[in-house]
Design a protein around this ligand. Structure first.
Ligand SMILES: C[S@@+](CC[C@H](N)C(=O)[O-])C[C@H]1O[C@@H](n2cnc3c(N)ncnc32)[C@H](O)[C@@H]1O
Length: 269
């Protein structure tokens, strides 16, 4: 019997991932400076990022010669990461696998970071157990996020509102509920006697024209558009464009707002 191929949407958007997000290389360099200080890095410090994607977060560590391991379920996202080098550096190991089970020995890494990926694993508590297992004693787990800047979020909310109208308001919430599980990392670690330290590693301004944001949505770069049927999607995009011309005055209007790179840091005991 033919084995069903598991579809990963990130394979479809790997080529446009970096330009439709807002963490730039220079911001990532500054975030890396912050993290290196936070974990008191030495040249031997090793990093693991499950759900590493195109490597936006860890590229600076690779460039600076630290040992970096990345796992991702999407071969295309990993291919995009590899393309950032003429040849894969010796200090970078990329593994194509489901990170729900980390294929490493106990006490393997000094730092594990996750960025926008906890909601993808099959059992987030078991996954955090596994992260604890592969961390060396005294190592750091960094639960990170760079959330959607408010002006972009507001723009996406207009898309959501039109989508809800087309779907009678039910489908999207069903989809979102299916994707978003209740994840409480703080409570998980608190139960193990570990408290977090919260940091804003970097704040920066993100600017896009309305036309750019429309084109990102048209390319279905974000989860909120992935499951909308083609015909409905085209109608929604036409309506959104008309709305934007009225609401913003012009598609060349620049939307600007502040993004943050947030870190909740936990120390393995
Ligand atoms: C929102 S992207 C984040 C990528 C990267 N961490 C970043 O911040 O740019 C989520 C990534 O997790 C990967 N992913 C999803 N489920 C996964 C799993 N079970 N195991 C490994 N990677 C997974 C996706 O392929 C994608 O590259």
């Amino acid at each position: 019997m033919a084995r069903e191929k598991k579809i990963n949407y990130y394979d479809n958007i790997a080529q446009i991932y970096d330009r439709t997000r807002w963490l730039t290389e220079s911001v990532a360099e500054e975030v890396a400076d912050f993290i290196l200080k936070l974990v008191c890095a030495t040249p031997e410090t090793s990093f693991l990022e499950p759900g590493v994607g195109t490597g936006l977060n860890v590229l600076p560590f690779v460039k600076r010669g630290y040992s970096v391991t990345g796992i991702d379920i999407s071969s295309e996202m990993l291919a995009q990461f590899r393309q950032k080098f003429n040849e894969t550096p010796q200090n970078l190991k990329l593994i194509h696998a489901d990170a729900s089970h980390l294929p490493f020995l106990d006490n393997s890494f000094d730092v594990v970071l996750t960025v926008h990926m906890l909601h993808f694993v099959s059992d987030w508590r078991a996954f955090l157990d596994d992260i604890n297992r592969v961390l060396k004693p005294g190592g750091f787990y960094l639960n990170c996020q760079w959330i959607t800047p408010p002006a972009r979020k507001e723009f996406e909310d207009y898309f959501r509102a039109i989508l809800a109208k087309y779907e009678g308001g039910k489908q999207e919430s069903k989809r979102i509920n299916a994707i978003i599980q209740e994840i409480d990392v703080e409570e998980y670690f608190y139960g193990r006697g570990v408290k977090s330290n919260y940091f804003i590693a970097k704040e920066w301004t993100v600017k896009n024209t309305v036309r750019e944001l429309l084109s990102f949505l048209k390319s279905r770069a974000y989860g909120l558009c992935w499951q909308v049927p083609d015909e409905m999607f085209n109608e929604i995009m036409n309506e959104l464009e008309e709305f934007c011309i009225k609401h913003y005055g012009s598609l060349e209007e620049v939307l600007s707002s502040e993004a943050k790179f947030e870190i909740w840091a936990y120390r393995a005991v």
